[in-house]
Design a protein around this ligand. Structure first.
Ligand SMILES: Nc1ncnc2c1ncn2[C@@H]1O[C@H](COP(=O)(O)OP(=O)(O)OP(=O)(O)O)[C@@H](O)[C@H]1O
Length: 258
């Protein structure tokens, strides 16, 4: 089967700061991939390249096997903070990508209203974002991203602003949504447990520039739940990822002890 997303020999630099060099990454249709790496390594840059907000200076980014220079509108993006417009109701916020696609406001609103029960939000259709909890707002943000494009969803630390209990609820909720929608998902996270729990594969980004990402398969049976964290395979993977991150953090070039 063709990859849903492929980086082939990609180079990208901001001025003389090289972020990616000869970078390859392949993501299969319907796969869930977590991306983890130190702050400032280039994770958000990677997402901006996928979304088409930035272009590679060398190499190609392929969507569905095709090189696609204009990738805007081909991917759904869920940011760290929900970025809902406070003056728009929940329906009006979630319907925005459909209206941008040229669907009439009436049809767009009907479509969103039909989706809201799946998000536990049917009673909040006409509420404003400030009336909702953080977890509820992130569910609206997810729905809005999914309505932009369900082919590839980019989740940029989607739960980092939530409290610990809501975050765990949302992790289980996202696992269920991923299975229901069959979308390809890439998620940036700084939380090793979150990276493992949700993913088929964890990609550890290290090095400046990033050349070869370290890819680790997560072979823990699905459906998973928070209890899966006690699985021996989970604990071993957590150790492995932590060792990788720690060893790169303590490189002399990063200003730590030799
Ligand atoms: N528009 C820009 N112009 C110049 N440099 C930039 C720009 N955006 C990011 N950078 C630099 O590129 C590097 C990678 O940034 P990026 O935001 O992709 O990292 P990140 O891994 O997502 O970091 P974090 O985990 O802190 O969000 C950083 O050194 C950052 O300062």
């Amino acid at each position: 089967m063709r990859d849903q997303l492929a980086f082939a020999g990609v180079r990208f630099a901001y001025g003389d700061q090289l972020i990616l060099d000869n970078f390859d990454l392949n993501v299969a249709k319907g796969e869930f991939v977590s991306l983890i790496g130190p702050s400032g390594i280039g994770k958000s840059t990677l997402f901006q390249l996928i979304a088409g907000l930035l272009q590679p200076q060398k190499g190609e980014i392929l969507l569905g096997g095709e090189p696609m220079a204009n990738r805007l509108g081909q991917v759904g993006y869920m940011p760290q903070r929900d970025l809902l417009m406070p003056w728009r109701t929940i329906v009006e916020n979630a319907a925005l990508p459909l209206e941008i696609q040229g669907i009439s406001k009436k049809q767009a609103h009907e479509r969103v209203r039909s989706e809201l029960p799946k998000y536990g939000l049917e009673e909040w259709a006409d509420a404003y974002p400030t009336q909702l909890s953080g977890g509820m707002r992130q569910r609206v943000s997810f729905l809005r991203a999914l309505l932009s494009s369900s082919n590839i969803m980019l989740l940029d630390e989607p739960f980092s602003s939530l409290d610990g209990i809501t975050r765990m609820d949302m992790q289980e909720w996202l696992m269920a949504k991923w299975q229901e929608t069959g979308s390809t998902m890439l998620m940036i996270t700084h939380d090793i447990d979150e990276a493992i729990l949700l993913a088929d594969r964890v990609v550890v980004l290290t090095g400046k520039p990033i050349t070869k990402p370290i890819e680790l398969s997560v072979s823990i049976n699905r459906p998973r739940s928070l209890v899966s964290r006690n699985h021996s395979g989970f604990l071993a993977l957590r150790e492995e990822i932590w060792d990788l991150l720690r060893s790169h953090r303590s490189q002399p070039s990063l200003g730590r002890e030799a």
